[in-house]
Design a protein around this ligand. Structure first.
Ligand code: FDA
Length: 397
């Protein structure tokens, strides 16, 4: 039995951030729209995002906040549907929000507010949405596409792939979008988990056994990436915004360097402390920077004995400062797609129009959102890419 309309203008596969946004924009232009998703409900990643409060955009979004083999690709869509456009939509729906830090905008209440916004926009656009629908095949027709699903067969003029990346398979993530791209001869830029915690080797974890839960501001650097944010020790390794951000630059076997006191030169600071408080113990002075646990760990780990500052010579203090300032680490690995917020890589943007998201070689076939080789930093940028790329396609499908 065919439970779906047999013919539709726009068929969107994936009822996540990008798919729902595209449905609303296309529907409001008068196109008949159907959105299909295999999950039991729509927008699951939105619901779990931002610790349940959805960091829905970033006030400082610019193309520099995105990784892609073609860093210019994202510019057009981001310029034509900006963070301010999405903020205006949030305000139109009366959703209370706040800036947490670094331009990151979060819902005051729940992420569900954003899903409700998208569903209200889809209703206004008369877009139909079906969940629990598996896609069996996609075939090109003379004009448009024929899609066979577990709920029946649909013909569409425009087919939009909005199935996201590989992160968090338990939330419904699949490689479907990449398979469709390959079917049509498109290249996939190799994918890897990003915005993901690091795991550490057993021996290192034993040395850090008192630290899980401890956090400190650091500058984490790897390759060309350098991020000044919090780092968190966990039972399996390292997490926190600085670590998640730098993970997008990390390749297996590479070292990551952490400046543990990014706001000061520790050698100079210790010399100054010695002048001001010559009788104070090194560990007491360091407790002005880090928690007791961290100070104890850093001193023990680097084999530094705590004494009153006046007992250290200037070269000794300079050496201690340098030792404590930097920590170099080769992570054992990452937590992988199981917990990664995003997937780096994806459908090669060379084959896609940056203005419309349409495939250059297959008219009527569109790719939007995370399935493309466009990946944002941590901080609301990935949702902004979903909104902007979806809007670009929604205006033309
Ligand atoms: P998205 O993944 O949202 O949607 C894809 C949809 O396609 C899903 O509904 C899925 O079920 C469906 N689908 C997949 N395969 C299918 C198939 N074979 N058949 C049918 N349907 C299929 N970003 C941000 O900017 N701010 C934040 O606060 C966070 N927080 C966050 C937390 C966590 C835990 C994660 C995992 C991710 C984030 N992100 C984030 C990233 C953000 O969630 C992500 O980049 C966007 O949801 C991508 O939107 P898309 O619509 O492209 O994919």
């Amino acid at each position: 039995m065919n439970d779906l309309p047999q013919q539709i203008d726009v068929l969107i596969i994936g009822a996540g951030a990008a798919g729902l946004m595209c449905a609303a924009v296309a529907g409001q232009r008068g196109r008949s729209v159907l959105v299909l998703d295999h999950a039991n409900k729509v927008g699951k990643k939105i619901l779990m995002s931002g610790g349940g409060r959805c960091n829905f955009t970033n006030m400082y979004t610019s193309p520099e906040n995105f990784y892609s083999e073609n860093p210019h690709f994202c510019k057009s869509a981001l310029a034509r549907y900006t963070q301010w456009d999405f903020i205006a939509l949030v305000e139109k729906h009366g959703i209370p929000y706040h800036e947490k830090t670094l331009g990151q905008l979060f819902c005051d209440n729940k992420s569900k507010d954003i899903v409700d916004l998208l569903l209200a926009e889809c209703r206004a656009a008369k877009a139909q949405i079906r969940t629990r629908c598996s896609i069996e095949s996609v075939q090109p027709q003379d004009t448009g596409y024929l899609v066979e699903t577990s709920l029946g067969t649909v013909r569409c003029k425009s087919l939009v792939i909005a199935t996201g990346g590989l992160s968090i398979p338990t939330m419904g993530a699949t490689g479907f979008g990449y398979d469709v791209a390959r079917q049509f001869g498109l290249r996939i830029v190799p994918t890897r988990a990003a915005l993901v915690p690091f795991t550490q080797h057993k021996r290192q974890l034993q040395r850090q056994q008192d630290l899980p839960g401890s956090a400190l501001p650091v500058t984490a650097s790897c390759g060309e990436g350098s991020f000044h944010e919090q780092m968190l020790f966990t039972h399996r390794g390292l997490s926190g915004p600085a670590v998640l951000q730098v993970s997008s630059h990390w390749r297996e076997g590479e070292a990551v360097s952490f400046d543990l006191a990014p706001d000061r030169d520790l050698a100079e600071w210790l010399a100054q402390q010695r002048t001001e408080k010559p009788d104070a113990h090194l560990h007491t002075v360091l407790c002005g920077l880090w928690s007791k646990k961290l100070v104890h760990h850093f001193l023990t780990d680097k084999g530094i004995e705590s004494r009153p500052l006046k007992q250290f010579s200037s070269p000794e203090l300079a050496e201690i400062g340098a030792k404590l300032q930097t920590w170099e680490l080769v992570p054992a690995g990452t937590e992988g797609y199981r917990t990664a917020e995003v997937t780096l890589g994806g459908v090669d943007t060379d084959a896609i129009s940056s203005r419309t998201m349409e495939c250059k070689t297959h008219p009527g076939l569109y790719f939007i959102g995370e399935v493309l080789d466009v990946t944002g930093w941590l901080g609301g940028y990935n949702f902004q890419w979903a909104w902007s790329s979806a809007h670009a396609a929604g205006e033309v499908v």
